[in-house]
Design a protein around this ligand. Structure first.
Ligand SMILES: NC(=O)c1ccc[n+]([C@@H]2O[C@H](COP(=O)([O-])OP(=O)(O)OC[C@H]3O[C@@H](n4cnc5c(N)ncnc54)[C@H](O)[C@@H]3O)[C@@H](O)[C@H]2O)c1
Length: 440
């Protein structure tokens, strides 16, 4: 039993960075986290079922744009990876970072978590600290781990420790990142000792904020993303009103944000994407329904945000009809990742826009997005990708219009404006009025 002396030894091991860490799931969350711990001095083993990722790490080939090959190579000695679950057994700490998506009916899919539990049931987990980092409804960690721990005949807080610490990674954000150690980490544990071990571990890579229990930490993560979803939904709805009134909503938001208290700016856009904003709020909707509560704000903002791609393509259609352009319309879609300076395409509104345009069979679609990896581009062989190096007067003049969906920093928007017939801008890239630029 890991009581008193043994618990203190475990703490010392974590404190002195002698504890070995396994990270299960090496995606947008797991890979940067693994490197953060490696950088801080821990030995980290990464486990993933995707062999492409394991091979890429071995070759110092990062598959995430916010993680450089250099960073990967630098911590090579401290960070190894494999698809062998037995290697996880050699660790003192196991951190779980697998996907938690929703289905088309917006219901939780926890099959990856279930798969992790099945894998863990094949190895010894006694005396380890297990931390769940995935986003899901409050109660998930306990629902999945307690029966597993009972089956293993272990006692939480005594010979196994359970923690939850939601990830706040914002891929592409150059100001706040795990690497910069400036995103405080919410930590929680099943017992006081579980919390103290979890807090101690994360204090080595960031500031920690302890909360009362695991469910509160799970709720906190959802609250953060629900706040964004609802406010983005609100501003997307207000954009419809301001458009009818001939008011530039970006000007209004920028004016409102000068108020030094009580207002936080959110901007309209093409809709929401990624693995968080369109997904996480619906975990709470699902759980609340079980408790007889209808989360109306979440559902409404989800609907408004989901409508944006269709509203945008309707506007494009009206413009083209007005200009008597009915077929063979050439367009350049600029930025297809779901957010600025990131390579993540998951649930990106650009994909919905491209799909609607493509299905109408009127468009010849070219795409400009140099953030997207070669591998991801190969899934779009129907469309032609052009690089920012090919953005010039001759090439731009052939498009009926350009549509800026995601405003990556690495694009020369001035050249685009100068040589395009028409630019539709979902992000207010230009800030000023131009004859051939329309906010959409
Ligand atoms: N991406 C973000 O910005 C972000 C931010 C905060 C929280 N989250 C949450 O973090 C979790 C992970 O998200 P992500 O964006 O890193 O997902 P991801 O899809 O980028 O990565 C998940 C990884 O887990 C691997 N995996 C799947 N099943 C596995 C299994 N059974 N065993 C081992 N590996 C397995 C996948 O191959 C993949 O490499 C999710 O719960 C998500 O909601 C994500």
């Amino acid at each position: 039993m890991l009581k008193n002396k043994n618990l203190n030894n475990f703490k010392k091991k974590i404190f002195n960075k002698k504890a070995k860490i396994s990270i299960m799931g090496l995606g947008y969350v797991g890979l940067p986290l693994a490197l953060s711990f490696a950088k801080s001095g821990y030995y980290v083993h990464g486990y993933d079922i995707d062999n492409f990722k394991i091979q890429s790490i071995k070759k110092d080939n990062s598959y995430i744009s916010s993680v450089s090959n250099y960073y990967l190579a630098k911590y090579k000695k401290k960070f190894k990876s494999s698809s062998n679950i037995n290697h996880v057994e050699n660790s003192d700490i196991i951190i779980i970072c697998v996907p938690t998506p929703i289905n088309e009916k917006k219901l939780p899919i926890l099959s990856h978590v279930k798969d992790v539990m099945d894998k863990l049931s094949t190895i010894k987990v006694k005396d380890k600290l297990v931390i769940f980092e995935c986003t899901s409804y409050p109660g998930t960690t306990e629902e999945y781990f307690l029966p597993f721990i009972k089956k293993k005949r272990l006692i939480i807080g005594s010979n196994i420790f359970l923690g939850y610490s939601p990830e706040r990674e914002d891929p592409g954000n150059k100001k706040f990142s795990l690497e910069k150690k400036n995103i405080p980490k919410i930590v929680s544990g099943y017992t006081a000792d579980c919390l103290s071990l979890t807090r101690l571990l994360y204090s080595k890579i960031s500031n920690t904020i302890s909360v009362e229990n695991i469910k509160t930490a799970e709720f906190t993560k959802l609250l953060e993303n629900i706040y964004r979803t609802v406010n983005i939904g609100l501003i997307n709805e207000l954009k419809k009103v301001s458009d009818k009134m001939n008011i530039n909503i970006f000007d209004a938001v920028n004016a409102a944000k000068t108020k030094p208290f009580g207002y936080q700016p959110f901007y309209p856009g093409p809709g929401v994407g990624g693995h968080c904003i369109p997904v996480d709020p619906f975990f709470l909707t699902w759980k609340a329904k079980k408790l007889g509560i209808d989360t109306k704000f979440i559902k409404l903002s989800g609907q408004i945000n989901d409508q944006r791609p269709k509203l945008i393509t309707n506007k494009l259609n009206r413009y083209l009809i007005k200009n008597k352009r009915y077929k063979n319309i050439k367009c350049l879609i600029i930025g297809i990742a779901y957010k600025k300076d990131c390579d993540d395409l998951r649930l990106s509104p650009a994909l919905k826009i491209i799909d609607i345009l493509d299905k109408s069979k009127k468009y010849k679609i070219n795409i400009l997005d140099d953030e997207i990896s070669k591998k991801a581009k190969s899934n779009f062989n129907k469309f032609n990708f052009i690089s920012k190096k090919k953005i010039n007067k001759k090439n731009l003049s052939k498009y009926d219009f350009c549509l800026i969906v995601t405003d990556h920093s690495n694009v020369n928007y001035e050249i685009i404006r100068k040589y395009s017939k028409m630019v539709f801008d979902t992000r207010n890239v230009y800030k000023k009025k131009y004859r051939n630029v329309s906010l959409i």
